[in-house]
Design a protein around this ligand. Structure first.
Ligand code: HEM
Length: 445
């Protein structure tokens, strides 16, 4: 594991152990980025359920692997403002980093478009289906693809069409977003060619484009698309929100709707390629339904595709950690946590915890197909919970099922199936988002 062998000293902060092995400046980030599951397991087995991790420029976060920590996301004395301090350039002024009334005001301007009714009324399923068909047919014709690059471009195209933005230079946007994400882990050294400088330039480029989209939306108010709805909702609200806030939240939606979903979709294809029984079950379902569903009400006809989406995300959560700050002293498991403590809630750990799942490391569609009770917050913890629970959950569900069915119908008709052409363990990442290596290739033969 990428830990500093010279740092073995046992240290305590507020009576809670600090994980040894931090490097100067970057702390435990190399191990967090490349080997988070092992780092968390090792820390739990040697130090117990509460320990400090050093996030380099973002400082120390008290990490708790006791499943009780998940409830902190609903706790009234826990704040999201720490997110803005960790990534001011990327997430400053966005709703994900706000609490209380300010958060509600911004969320209310957006959320209606993302619930099943809003998605159906706006015809999002009909908008997405042809884009997804075209992409999987291109994969069939090409015979093999670099999967994360492809799903990244596809997701960007979908989110752009949802927002009502003309889709130009998608690979360029994809590149800018990857550079932007680096702002979360970039050391605070602002020199040409280094991640901080590149990330800031990417953010300025993205914001300039978004400002233009907002101006266009105001000039052509009759157009449809989420940006138009957001601009009208923001302009209508009593406490008018500034364009900076609007642009920051559009940037958040594009980012939230792109990186995470691209990673989940890529993992889904990887799992289908390495487990032929999954592919066979999906093909059988796709042939039975015969067409890509376009409305939420139709998703119930695709339980295998839904189970694939849920189980892929359980084993490969795209958002692995959530930062928070304790506003008051809190009880967490067996410990009192002082007010002001910076907290890390390790979604990834709970997602594969034996306390919450039977045989947690096994990919089992049956855990979803055979369940009789409704989905609980803990079953979709990869989307968070509480006031900040992911706005995009229903959208992701729709697009993942559409994608699975389109892929299975297209490839089966051509007499081919996905095959893994690379080592997937090499180069996978866990932070700032979890994703497979950019180099993983999938063949269709
Ligand atoms: C597999 C895909 C996705 C995953 C795993 C995911 C995960 C999450 C998580 C864990 C949070 C909670 C953050 C927190 O509590 O601090 C969140 C929030 C959010 N997500 Fe997603 N997300 C996904 C897709 C999307 C999509 C498609 C969109 C929109 C197009 C989106 C938009 C948002 C927004 C706006 C928030 C902030 C909500 C708030 O603060 O009230 N996400 N997401």
């Amino acid at each position: 594991m990428l830990l500093n062998p010279l740092n073995r000293r046992h240290r305590l902060r507020h009576d809670i152990p600090v994980v040894p092995g931090a490097f100067p400046l970057v702390g435990h980030l190399p191990a967090i980025v490349c080997d988070l599951p092992r780092l968390l397991r090792r820390a739990e087995s040697t130090l117990g359920s509460h320990f400090w991790l050093d996030f380099g420029p973002a400082g120390h976060l008290m990490t708790c692997v006791d499943p009780d920590a998940f409830a902190l996301l609903r706790h009234k004395d826990v704040s999201s403002a720490l997110i803005e301090e960790i990534a001011p350039e990327l997430l400053g002024g966005t709703l994900v980093a706000q609490d209380g009334g300010a958060h509600r005001q911004a969320r209310d301007a957006i959320k209606a478009a993302f619930v099943p009714k809003g998605l159906t009324q706006a015809g999002i399923g009909d908008l997405f289906a042809p884009v997804i068909w075209a992409r999987v047919q291109a994969w069939r014709d090409r015979g093999d693809v670099t999967i994360l690059r492809e799903t990244g471009d596809l997701m960007l195209k979908l989110i752009f069409s949802l927002m009502g933005i003309p889709a130009q230079d998608l690979p360029g946007w994809h590149r800018k977003y990857r550079q932007l994400l680096q702002l979360i882990v970039a050391p605070l050294v602002d020199l040409p060619g280094l991640p901080l400088r590149r990330g800031r330039a990417a953010r300025d480029w993205i914001d300039a484009q978004l400002r233009q989209f907002v101006r266009d939306a105001r000039a052509h108010a009759a157009r449809t698309g989420l940006i138009n709805d957001m601009v009208s909702a923001f302009d209508r609200s009593d406490d008018a929100l500034s364009d900076d806030v609007l642009v920051a939240n559009i940037r958040l939606l594009l980012l939230g709707g792109h990186e995470t979903t691209a990673s989940t979709m890529a993992w889904m294809v990887i799992e289908l390629a390495r487990q032929p029984v999954l592919w066979d079950a999906l093909v059988e379902e796709a042939q039975r339904v015969g067409a890509v569903p376009t409305r939420h009400a139709d998703l119930a006809q695709c339980p295998v595709a839904e189970a694939l989406f849920r189980e892929t995300l359980r084993l490969h959560p795209a958002v692995t950690l959530l930062p928070r700050r304790a506003l008051q002293e809190l009880q967490l498991g067996q410990r009192r946590i002082p007010a002001g403590t910076h907290l890390c809630i390790p979604l990834l750990h709970f997602s594969t915890s034996a306390l919450l799942h039977e045989a947690p490391d096994q990919f089992r569609l049956a855990r979803w197909l055979q369940r009789t009770e409704p989905i609980r917050p803990v079953d979709m913890l990869q989307f968070g919970t509480g006031p900040h629970v992911c706005i995009g959950y229903h959208l992701v569900w729709l697009e993942m099922v559409q994608f699975c069915i389109a892929l299975a119908l297209t490839m089966h008709k051509a007499g081919v199936r996905p095959r893994l052409l690379s080592d997937v363990e090499k180069g996978r990442r866990y932070y700032p988002t979890g994703h497979p290596s950019m180099k993983v290739r999938i063949g269709f033969s």
